[in-house]
Design a protein around this ligand. Structure first.
Ligand SMILES: [Zn+2]
Length: 289
């Protein structure tokens, strides 16, 4: 059986061994200090993540408004005032301004700081899990993770999974497999088609009520990106988590069986979890070597 893509990514035990070796080294006196200096990359990745998060906020999450990605100046959605650079410093501006527009005093959506912090945490976590010396496959994993994150936000906010995000990721997955993991190519193609086919049957059978066609395309992407078995774990666990989540909402009286759930968001979360934690999940590695 071919090895899944993620197993080729450096194991996280590497990071732990490295930390342990510092504690035992002659640097032990200043051990803690050196550990912090040594993993400054985590902090820097987090800062880059904050900036990427503000980019996702103002650019990606308004793909639906058909505004130009490069030319679109950021403006206040309430008063339309063009925002200055000092209004757009990730996280800092929001709290300096007390969560209000500098010009019209209307509240700024919590979406902005939350997306920035979320993106920063994902970037930091990725660098923590996969320390240093990146391979092409790891860079593809990083881009893929941020893509799934954007899809999560989009489905959560608008109940759509834009082709503008899914199609480039599908291309990236296939090109990545061809150049850097060709042994997985057939596996990934078959897994993608199988998952998309199964989801398409559910889509047609339910008349689009259980899931949208965007979910079918996302299942194809997940199959191509991970291959078997990771892609199957990702989709099946998303189905279970979404079902339990929906059931919990119904029991709490916050939803009816007809309430729509952003199923794509659930798949995006399990995909991100697989990228970050697959190597840590001993259970899955025993049953899906
Ligand atoms: Zn304003």
């Amino acid at each position: 059986m071919p090895k899944p893509t993620l197993q080729l990514i450096a194991s996280t035990t590497l990071a732990r061994n490295k930390l342990a070796s510092y504690i035992k080294s002659p640097r032990q006196l200043a051990g803690g200090f050196y550990v912090i200096i040594d993993r400054m990359d985590i902090l820097i990745a987090g800062l880059y993540g904050l900036v990427l998060g503000s980019f996702i906020n103002v650019v990606v999450l308004r793909l639906d408004r058909k505004e130009g990605i490069i030319t679109g100046r950021s403006e206040c959605p309430h008063c339309g005032h063009i925002l200055a650079w000092y209004d757009l410093v990730p996280l800092v501006s929001f709290f300096m301004l007390g969560g209000k527009c500098r010009y019209c005093q209307q509240a700024i959506s919590w979406q902005y700081p939350l997306v920035e912090v979320g993106t920063g945490c994902l970037a930091a976590l990725f660098v923590y899990q996969y320390p240093g010396g990146y391979t092409w496959q790891q860079l593809i994993s990083l881009v893929g993770m941020m893509g799934f994150w954007a899809l999560f936000l989009f489905d959560l906010k608008y109940f759509i999974l834009p082709d503008k995000i899914i199609f480039p990721l599908i291309t990236l997955s296939v090109v990545g497999m061809i150049f850097f993991n060709s042994g997985m190519l057939i596996n990934a193609l078959l897994t993608g088609l199988l998952l998309a086919g199964s989801f398409d049957i559910l889509y047609v059978a339910s008349g689009g009520r259980w899931m949208g066609f965007g979910d079918v395309k996302l299942a194809l992407l997940i199959g191509l990106f991970f291959g078997y078995p990771v892609a199957v774990i990702v989709t099946v666990s998303a189905v279970w988590i979404a079902a339990l989540f929906g059931l919990a909402l119904i029991i709490l009286g916050k939803a009816t069986p007809k309430t729509a759930l952003p199923f794509g968001s659930f798949m995006a979360v399990t995909a991100i979890s697989a990228i970050l934690f697959y190597n840590d999940l001993i259970f899955f590695r025993i049953f899906f070597p």
